[in-house]
Design a protein around this ligand. Structure first.
Ligand code: NCD
Length: 303
């Protein structure tokens, strides 16, 4: 039985198969409409979510399966003190596959150890968010045609942003990728990631000005300042509007640079940018459903 805890749980060849399947699903939706008839997905969300939970649910329903779950720890037995290990043992008897989001780093791994069904990490604290990474990779591959040979700027909260951590982990396996990390000093990328890049000899630079590096980028991955991970409200207020991507900044960019964002957006991309053909974040959210459909089929061994 396979689970998904980190984007590295799949080899690049396996990812390639997954993305081909996701593209086939996008183009032939009716072919997959009954692929999961009789199957049940459980979504166990101990932390808020719109896209991740609903895209998982939409994915299972579009495959002909059904969905059970909770979207708030307060409405589950966690409020009575139940452990994730016990919850997953029980859910294993109710569902065929489970997507779990938890504020504690590692909680889905703890669940996986006791689970009798495949578990998907749908985000664990500031650690990893592998299905967002699958979404990001599918978006880049589909819109840019390749997962190698580009300069990517990651901008905003690089300290707490789990989507950033997972995406970097996944991208270092492809060729000729150049990372530019754009953040205020307080929100810099964690040291363990910098160490990993140094060990692998992957080119990167850390800057605080977005304008300065904008012309070099093939992809700009914007992120929200992760309010819920701050200890101190004042720090959040000081940093939340540090970067605002607007039409003026977009004029500095290459004509084919793509703007990605895992969403939700707060202020970091001004709504006027939505009309720019280079704004790919809503298309990216749509790819999230196709890639999760492909993932469910793969983990249930129905692909
Ligand atoms: C991200 C997350 O939950 O980490 N959202 C998502 O799943 N698309 C990004 C965020 O919350 O900023």
């Amino acid at each position: 039985m396979r689970h998904l805890m980190s984007p590295l749980d799949f080899t690049t060849e396996e990812l390639e198969k997954l993305f081909c399947l996701a593209n086939d699903i996008e183009n032939n939706k009716e072919k997959y409409a009954h692929a999961c008839d009789g199957k049940i997905l459980a979504t166990c969300f101990y932390e808020p979510s719109t896209r991740t939970r609903l895209s998982f649910e939409s994915a299972m329903i579009r495959l002909g399966g059904q969905v059970i779950g909770f979207s708030d720890a307060g409405s589950s037995s966690a409020a009575k003190g139940e452990s994730v290990s016990d919850t997953i043992r029980v859910i294993s008897g109710y569902a065929d596959i489970c997507a779990m989001r938890h504020p504690k780093e590692g909680a889905p791994m703890v669940a996986m150890e006791k689970s009798l069904i495949p578990v998907i990490n749908a985000g664990d604290g500031g650690h990893q968010h592998p299905t967002q990474t699958l979404t990001d990779l599918l978006t880049i591959r589909s819109l840019k045609g390749s997962l190698s040979g580009f300069t990517i700027g990651l901008c905003g909260d690089l300290k707490f942003g789990r989507t950033v951590h997972s995406l970097i982990d996944a991208l270092v396996r492809y060729d000729n990728i150049n990372f530019i990390f754009i953040s205020p000093d307080e929100l810099k990328i964690p040291d363990y990631i910098i160490e990993m890049l140094k060990n692998k000899n992957i080119p990167y630079k850390e800057v605080s000005s977005l304008d300065e590096v904008m012309p070099q980028l093939d992809l700009l991955y914007m992120t929200r300042v992760q309010k819920e991970r701050f200890f101190n409200e004042e720090d959040y207020i000081r940093l939340k509007n540090y970067y605002i991507l607007d039409t003026e900044k977009m004029q500095l960019a290459k004509p084919d640079m793509l703007v990605l964002h895992p969403l939700p957006r707060v202020n970091e991309i001004s709504v006027e940018v939505d009309n720019d053909p280079r704004a790919a974040y809503f298309k990216q959210a749509e790819y999230g459903v196709y890639v999760r459909m492909a993932l469910i089929l793969t983990l249930l061994e129905l692909a």
